[in-house]
Design a protein around this ligand. Structure first.
Ligand code: UGA
Length: 435
């Protein structure tokens, strides 16, 4: 099959590389000429484990191409994927669909022969109908079908999630389009991955419902963590105790500083907006949005309290800035709430992140970025873990103790064991566990 992928963001680039690795011929199109030049030279615009070698291999084997010229890519394609951004619209929180619609206009002008137009971007219910209308208007004679095929990959585990997904969801009632989609995902059929065919609007909603449900799960366990701290219980054991119940499931029950990233905050908000527009509010998601935003802000207070209630004139060594490990993505990262609040309270920040410091340097002011975790805590009055990078789990804690001015560690990701930290002489504060 020949595929055109419009947009080389996270989803477009990973999907394009993985489809090429399945054996299809994929052309990734982006208007950003610098990005395309870099991709041609093998330089990835994002940090994602395994992506550079996957791209290099498929470029070399001539199944993966990058271009700024949509023309040939779309003309020759059996399927054109729209994988452009759908950011929150300033002011009202709705998803901004302008990039999706302009991609649809462009496809309409250039497609040739039966073309399956697939929205992979996360788009509100009814967007497929709009895309179909745009193309139909521009090409009344056009032979095409518009399909919804949401993506469920996680940053940091994107390739594995694409190639070994729990399921693939395809929203279309067009028989020819179904066959094209089946062919595209054929290698997954061989692995017995469930492929769910639904109506287009259902598929669009599945994506939002999945992300919102996961956000609810995380927020639920975060509130249980707060309660654990008050009643003297351990949230990790609560997670395990409930997660072993197959009806609940053990994934996404890790308490932390609140969810961030490019998807949950944007998608939960967009879902609540759509639901309100249809006069069918999803109150549980409204609450989750509010509780999570408040939680990220409250985390600075937790650090200040652990440091005796006053951080003015103190230095804090922060480990981890990205919204989660294995990514350089800073979008809606809890660190962006926590660090400015600590600075406003008078603290000086020294910070280290294995991948996100370049991005963070554009978003945070007056932070000293260091070359290592040890340097970040040198002469600091406390160490604060905000992101759960594996390398922080394996730190030489005696060296950390020697570098710190105090023995205070605030771990917002529960990466250490409280009794071990106490035995090492730390005054250790974590989330939802007795200290
Ligand atoms: C999320 C979904 O997990 C993907 O299925 C989806 O495809 C993607 O959004 C998207 O819509 O594109 P992602 O944002 O990359 O993926 O990362 P997650 O691993 O889901 O983490 C999101 C946030 O939740 C992070 O801040 C993470 O630290 C937090 N989290 C996650 C917790 O606090 N606890 C958990 O147990 C799990």
């Amino acid at each position: 099959m020949r595929v055109a992928m419009i947009g080389t963001g996270y989803v477009g680039l990973v999907s394009g590389a993985c489809f090429a690795d399945f054996g299809h011929v994929v052309t990734c199109v982006d208007k950003d000429a610098t990005k395309i030049e870099k991709l041609k030279a093998g330089i990835m615009p994002i940090y994602e484990p395994g992506l550079d070698s996957l791209v290099a291999k498929n470029v070399e084997e001539e199944r993966l191409f990058f271009t700024t010229e949509a023309k040939d890519a779309i003309k020759d394609a059996d399927a054109v994927f729209i994988a452009v951004g759908t950011p929150s619209r300033r002011g009202d929180g709705h998803a901004d669909l302008s990039y999706v619609y302009s991609a649809a206009e462009e496809i309409a002008q250039l497609m040739d022969g039966f073309t399956v137009v697939v929205t992979k971007s996360t788009v509100p219910v009814g967007t497929g109908d709009e895309v179909e209308e745009i193309i139909r208007k521009a090409r009344p004679d056009g032979d095409f079908a518009v399909v919804s095929n949401p993506e469920f990959l996680r940053e940091g585990a994107a390739i594995k999630d694409f190639k070994i997904p729990d399921r693939v969801v395809v929203g279309t009632e067009d028989e020819r389009a179904r066959n094209v989609m089946k062919e595209l995902y054929r290698p997954l059929f061989l692995n017995e991955t469930p492929i769910l065919f639904t109506a287009r609007r259902t598929s669009e909603l599945i994506k939002y419902a999945a992300n919102a449900f996961l956000a609810v799960k995380i927020t639920f366990i975060n509130e249980m963590a707060d309660l654990c701290e008050k009643v003297g219980a351990n949230v990790q054991e609560v997670s395990r105790g409930i997660g072993l119940d197959g009806r609940i499931g053990k994934k996404f029950l890790n308490a932390g500083p609140g969810y961030g990233g490019s998807c949950f905050p944007k998608d939960t908000l967009a879902l609540t907006k759509t639901a309100n527009d249809y006069n069918s509010p999803v109150r549980i998601v409204d609450t989750v949005v509010e509780v999570n935003a408040a939680r990220k802000k409250a985390m600075a207070g937790k650090v200040i309290e652990a440091m005796g209630g006053d951080v003015s004139g103190k230095t804090i060594g922060v480990l981890g800035l990205a919204f989660k490990q294995n990514t350089d993505d800073m979008r809606d990262a809890p660190s962006l709430d926590i660090i400015p609040a600590l600075q406003a309270a008078g603290a000086t920040i020294q910070a280290y992140d294995p991948e996100a410091m370049e991005e963070a340097s554009h978003l945070l002011n007056d932070v000293t970025f260091t070359k290592s975790a040890y340097e970040a805590v040198q002469d600091a009055d406390a160490m604060v873990i905000i992101t759960e990078w594996d390398q922080f789990r394996a730190l030489d804690l005696d060296r950390i103790k020697g570098a710190l001015n105090s023995n205070i560690v605030v771990d917002l990701r529960n990466i250490y064991a409280p009794d071990d930290m106490a035995a090492r002489g730390f005054h250790y504060f974590s989330i939802g566990r007795p200290s």
